[in-house]
Design a protein around this ligand. Structure first.
Ligand code: XMP
Length: 484
């Protein structure tokens, strides 16, 4: 295992991803991690870059214990400067290295950076001023690969097919021979993969619950059932609570209030279903439900352990984390070590359809946060239909995978139009499509005009109540991906 110490660089998770791509397991921990408190010995250590300057009085420092491990160390950017915290050789201007620390020699330089890469004369300590983890560094991948495989000699045993076997074994250990597990399933790739692993590990002792909140996409529930139940054999209860959600949303227009209502209604429905399952278990003499499955991914874990602390909440995200205290369920998170691309690979290995594996993320509050203002059955029907056409055309144009997320939103403002010689006064559809790798920042997708043209004409012709289509050309920041 390679240990990556995070000094807060926005690229730290990329280093982790790259190394996983080489088939080597690695973990990202905050730079404040005490080496003596690690329960495992790393085969090599990478010190990430940082938004700090080494001269900041509160600049994070590495535990000197790293250098006593006797394993290779690679310092990237800021991490390079941490290699020699004692020496006075750094120049503050731009924080560039101006002289190699004692015992080090220069192994690469450019016109402007005479110390682009350095290494220790005897020990396996390396420092590079640039970022090998970003795709702009053409040979960056190779540099990381050489460090991990040639210098650290890390073993390449991190593959998703090995993961499946190990994870199933781990789940069986935790859950035991009789344990029962419940979990919310949404029809998205993460919860489907998590549910499939659970099913493989403990069969029908895993009880999936799919809550139909009335604001899912066109045909989504039926499709999810086809995949999860008919194809994967998962023990799934579909709770149709669409009327209840819509009733609770009636008259509500404030985005945060809408989110809260959906989140709370979800928890209520989920808990009722969970109780029904628990009662049924008790009636049949089975063990009570003790565990809750969650499809948490590694980026969420990283976010919550980051030494900078979790980033400021911009929107109240909805997930099952808000379950009431008295449920007292223990969490079980089979995907918590994985990145999204690893989950997709896992889905593929588990026999899931490409359509599910490559599905764009879909927020818990669904279409409700894509209909500005009040959410009614009629508005949901309009947004759903427009979204369906939009996604269908994106797929036809072969652009679905290039786009990280796309959806059609409904703007409840009316404008004048003309249809078949008649004046219309109807609402507007706003198309959104973004490119992003982490959903923290995003760029709008540059659609070919002919694709936009086709989408717009189909929506105007086929969706009743709509006479205009606009395309959202805002990046994140300052906009967010969702409208609410
Ligand atoms: P924003 O709008 O914050 O979205 O730029 C970033 C990503 O998060 C998704 N999103 C959610 N996902 N529950 C979710 O499960 C939510 O409440 C939620 N709100 C936003 C959004 O679709 C995008 O992928």
């Amino acid at each position: 295992t390679i240990l990556i110490l995070d000094f807060g660089s926005q690229y730290s998770h990329l280093i982790t991803r790259r190394i996983r791509e080489f088939g080597v397991y690695c973990e990202l921990l905050p730079c404040t991690q005490k080496i003596s408190e690690l329960s495992w010995k790393p085969t090599g250590v990478i010190l990430s870059g940082s938004p700090y300057s080494v001269y900041d009085h509160d600049a994070p420092r590495v535990d000197p214990g790293v250098f006593d491990l006797g394993v290779p160390v690679l310092g990237i950017c800021y991490g390079l400067q941490e290699l020699s915290s004692e020496s006075q050789v750094w120049m503050s201007h731009g924080d560039q290295v101006t002289a190699a620390p004692e015992g080090f020699r220069v192994i690469a330089s450019t016109n402007t950076a005479p110390f682009a890469a350095i290494r220790h004369n005897e020990k396996a300590l390396f420092g590079i001023q640039f970022h090998p983890e970003v795709t702009h560094s053409v040979d960056g991948k190779q540099i990381l690969k050489n460090f991990v495989l040639k210098v650290c000699k890390a073993s390449q045993n991190w593959t998703m097919s090995e993961f499946i076997g190990k994870e199933i074994e781990r789940i069986r250990q935790i859950v035991g021979e009789n344990g029962q597990v419940i979990g919310a399933v949404s029809g998205g790739v993460d919860s489907s993969v998590a549910a499939k692993l659970m099913h493989m590990a403990i069969g029908d002792r895993f009880h999936g619950i799919l809550v139909d909140n009335g604001v899912m996409r066109h045909n989504e529930c039926a499709q999810a059932k086809k995949m999860l139940v008919d194809k994967m054999g998962i023990n799934l209860k579909i709770a149709d609570a669409s009327e209840r959600f819509l009733a609770n949303l009636k008259g509500k227009t404030d985005p945060e209030q809408k989110r809260k209502i959906i989140g709370n209604t979800f928890i209520d429905v989920f808990e009722e279903e969970a109780k029904a399952i628990d009662d049924a278990c008790a009636a049949s003499g089975a063990a009570p439900v003790e565990f809750l499955l969650q499809g948490t991914l590694y980026p969420d874990v990283i976010e919550s352990i980051s030494f900078k602390g979790p980033s400021a909440t911009i929107k109240t995200h909805h997930n099952v984390g808000g379950l009431k205290e008295n449920m007292k369920l223990k969490l079980i998170e089979p995907l918590r070590e994985l990145f999204k691309d690893e989950v997709r690979e896992l889905g593929r290995l588990l026999g899931m359809d490409d359509e599910l594996v490559w599905r764009h993320p879909f927020p818990g509050p669904g279409i409700a946060i894509r209909i500005l203002g009040e959410v009614t059955k009629e508005q949901v029907a309009i947004a759903r239909k427009a979204d369906y056409i939009y996604i269908e055309e994106i797929k036809k144009a072969g652009l679905y995978r290039q786009i990280a997320q796309a959806y059609a939103a409904l703007l409840p403002v009316k404008a004048v139009g003309v249809k078949g010689d008649k004046r219309t006064y109807e609402q507007m559809i706003c198309l959104r499509a973004v490119e992003t790798s982490d959903f923290m920042t995003a760029d709008w997708f540059p659609f070919p005009y002919d694709v936009l043209k086709k989408i717009s004409s189909r929506i105007c012709n086929e969706v009743e109540g709509v006479n205009r289509v606009v395309y959202d050309v805002s990046s994140k920041p300052p906009a967010t991906i969702e409208l609410e």
